[in-house]
Ligand binder design. Structure first.
Ligand SMILES: [Zn+2]
Length: 500
């Protein structure tokens, strides 16, 4: 990504000025029909290693990322202690291993810490966890009427807390062991997705449970929507109380988040993966929220037959789908919980329900999306890179794309750390209009714009009262760094080399 500082900068002496600069690279990106991209098949490499991928494919950062934490990945670099050289090699490329919340990993944590890496704990949990930690099933599982047979696995009674208490004790005990060994845990970014949130028949199970009927209000068991909304609200409170709070008891400065820790409001409710509205949610104990930007094949059912099925319009669809939750959540959070940071998960492609043959976002547009995410108020990123059978390369691309854009955005780390988002507009699912994002402080700003649908447009973006920057864009986005000085306003433009 070449910089055009010498060609396209100009001091702003007027309060409102336009930037007229000629971009020397001419690129044509036709919006005409193209073959629609599908997931790329590839044979599995028997000697596959993420460390090998990172060292062979990722380039070292050109500039330091300041306080932006290195990215963790879902599939990582193992859980054994790594050598300092390997850790430093990863950090130099913007990534770092994660560990589990397991005292057996203390040696690996010390190896990371001693090599200068943050200690990040992340792991998934689901099913009946943590209710099952209460012990024998009769202590936590539903007690059904004799005639009732559930269609899915037996769920926990959602009103009982013994398992959650046991889970919190495990968190405390484990983290105290890390602390006693001299480890400072920087981040706990967990993926507890279980009880009482899931189970398609969870309402039926609760209504047929003698214990639930004796504890829960009858009105709650009379309405499936009311019960499921209650389960979601309760989940947010439970993970805050029994996961976030115990972490902060031991490490008060730790960054803590978990799946579904997000700010949803009645005015701007978030959607879950099935596009049901998420009830108002204020995850007060968490220090960070955990949105997701996934090219999840579940979303494809929102594709309309009236849309033009070519790559440009597929890219527009995915851009909209993937930036929507993050933007809406940020707007909510800036208003109601502005002290919290955001550490979203990202993935260009996530085949759910064995959907491997649906249109996929182009890598170029995905990289554009990642740039805009960085300019919409996030403080870090987690890369969802599972290797699906026969699609190993797709996972490699996840890491490569995210690390490339992390490197590209590193020079703007001060604005990412302290700037305020200045555009959270969500482009419609199909739109040929210009899309832009940006961050600003009182004296500095960075904005990024590109045009969907082919052709050119003039970005005209107000930064501060009386100060507007203008620059031409096409499908190749342009990043504008805007700096105030005693002489006026100075703008540096950087643009992409190619859009596809
Ligand atoms: Zn029950």
């Amino acid at each position: 990504m070449p910089r055009f500082a010498g060609l396209c900068t100009r001091n702003f002496t007027a309060s409102v000025a336009s930037l007229a600069c000629t971009l020397l690279v001419t690129l044509s990106v036709p919006a005409a029909a193209q073959a629609v991209l599908k997931a790329e098949k590839s044979a599995a490499d028997p000697s596959f290693s993420w460390l090998k991928v990172a060292t062979s494919i990722l380039s070292p950062l050109k500039q330091q990322p300041g306080q932006i934490p290195p990215m963790i990945t879902w599939e990582g670099f193992g859980y054994e202690p790594l050598g300092a050289d390997d850790v430093k090699t990863l950090l130099a490329r913007g990534v770092t291993p994660h560990l589990h919340m397991d005292a057996a990993m203390i040696p690996a944590a010390l190896a990371l810490q001693n090599a200068g890496a943050p200690v990040v704990l992340m792991q998934g949990a689901g099913g009946n966890f943590p209710s099952e930690l209460a012990g024998k099933p009769e202590l936590w599982a539903h007690q059904f009427d004799a005639s009732y047979k559930p269609t899915e696995a037996v769920r926990p009674c959602p009103s009982l807390l013994a398992g959650w208490v046991a889970g919190a004790e495990q968190v405390r005990d484990t983290l105290k062991k890390f602390k006693a060994a001299g480890v400072n845990v920087n981040s706990v970014w967990m993926d507890w997705e279980g009880d009482p949130l899931y189970g398609k028949d969870r309402f039926d199970q609760a209504t047929h449970c003698l214990r639930c009927r004796s504890i829960l209000p009858a009105s709650l068991l009379a309405s499936k929507p009311q019960f499921e909304a209650w389960c979601r609200r309760r989940f947010v409170e439970l993970i805050g109380t029994y996961l976030a709070a115990p972490v902060l008891e031991v490490f008060p400065a730790c960054s803590v988040t978990n799946w579904n820790a997000m700010v949803s409001t009645p005015e701007h409710p978030l959607n879950d993966w099935d596009f049901e509205k998420i009830d108002p949610s204020m995850p007060s104990f968490f220090t960070a929220v955990n949105t997701a930007a996934y090219g999840d094949t579940k979303y494809w059912h929102r594709w309309q037959k009236s849309y033009k099925l070519d790559q440009e319009h597929v890219d527009q669809f995915w851009f909209h789908s993937m930036i929507e939750q993050l933007s809406t959540e940020t707007a909510n959070r800036l208003k109601w919980m502005p002290e919290k940071s955001a550490i979203p998960w990202v993935a260009r492609w996530l085949p759910e329900n064995d959907e491997y043959n649906l249109p996929v976002m182009s890598r170029e547009r995905y990289r554009e999306l990642l740039r805009h995410m960085w300019l919409r108020g996030i403080k870090g990123m987690q890369v969802f890179n599972p290797r699906f059978k026969d699609y190993e390369k797709m996972a490699v691309y996840e890491l490569q794309d995210a690390a490339t854009i992390y490197s590209e955005m590193a020079p703007y780390h001060d604005l990412i750390e302290t700037g305020t988002p200045i555009c959270l507009d969500v482009p419609p699912a199909q739109s040929n209009k210009l899309v832009w994002s940006g961050l600003k402080t009182d004296s500095k700003a960075v904005v990024r714009a590109f045009k969907q649908g082919g052709g050119k447009a003039m970005a005209s973006i107000g930064i501060w009262p009386g100060v507007k920057v203008q620059f031409p864009v096409d499908a190749n986005g342009v990043t504008a760094l805007v700096e105030k000085s005693a002489n006026g306003v100075h703008v540096t433009l950087t643009r992409s080399e190619s859009a596809r």
